[in-house]
Design a protein around this ligand. Sequence first.
Ligand SMILES: NC(=O)c1ccc[n+]([C@@H]2O[C@H](COP(=O)([O-])OP(=O)(O)OC[C@H]3O[C@@H](n4cnc5c(N)ncnc54)[C@H](OP(=O)(O)O)[C@@H]3O)[C@@H](O)[C@H]2O)c1
Length: 290
Amino acid sequence: MSTILITGGGRGLGRATAEKLARAGHRVLLTARTQPKAEEAVQELRARHPQSQLEPYAVDLASLASIRRFADCLLADGVALDVLFNVAGVMQTNPQRELSADGYELTLAVNALAPFLLTRLLLPALRRSPAARVVNVSSRLHLPGSRGKPVDFDFADANLARDYNPDRAYKNSKLAILWFTFEAQRRLGSDRLTFNAVCPGFVPVTAAASSRKPFERWLLRNVLPFMPFATSVDAASSAFAFMATDPDVGQRGGRFFGEKREIAPSTDSLDAAKAAQFWALASNLTGLEP
Ligand SMILES: NC(=O)c1ccc[n+]([C@@H]2O[C@H](COP(=O)([O-])OP(=O)(O)OC[C@H]3O[C@@H](n4cnc5c(N)ncnc54)[C@H](OP(=O)(O)O)[C@@H]3O)[C@@H](O)[C@H]2O)c1
């Protein structure tokens, strides 16, 4: 049985995936933004699965200091991590740009910089495992041509200070996490440590949490789940559990998955020069050596 760390375990797909993995007998370290949220999730899951091994942790992924404190705490405990699953993410709808505690555009901070920093800080814990994997959550929305404002990652304005749009911020962050995944595989990947990324498909029920518009929330909860292009929480969290446990996924990194199968990421995400550029940028923004 594996030791699996899941971020964003307080609700949504993170919580549903934590439940599946804990039910299967894995030890699950579940993080939420606050300790009460993490404990509430763990208590509810333990009530349903009394034999499960779930441990609650708090980490605010919009704060580099919080991520560092959390990583220090785990490393001090001597945990050997078999899986680090970076699930947590934000999709802003507010047309006003919001900033993280460190002054970075919030979507970039939570969806790309936080997994980057957390993963790199937890490398010693991953290296304690004989076969570890990192799984990052991206989205097909990073593909050119997806609905809304197109993806356009400008390295001179990664924080979108000049022309903020929440759609673009999300797509850019999901492209950035692919750059991180593929570059991490090139730099750090080995037969004992792999890095892959996954898109859960369109899951309207959990996506509803991000919407500020009541009618849109209603559609996401009551109409869109029945559309043929939508995926259920159960199917998406099964696909996530597959990413955490399937032997083949753990053996070969640098890949992008959809629902339990490899899919093609954008051409831009495979650009090694841009991935290296993102690595340097993210190192700089998170205070790490490149
Ligand atoms: N749903 C979809 O259709 C879809 C499609 C493609 C990709 N994805 C990706 O799949 C992942 C899970 O999505 P979901 O649908 O489950 O979304 P969700 O229900 O909105 O859950 C997002 C999770 O991220 C956590 N989070 C957000 N900001 C945080 C912060 N600053 N610190 C700590 N945790 C934070 C949330 O915690 P709080 O409860 O504290 O806010 C929540 O647990 C995300 O990366 C998302 O981008 C989703």
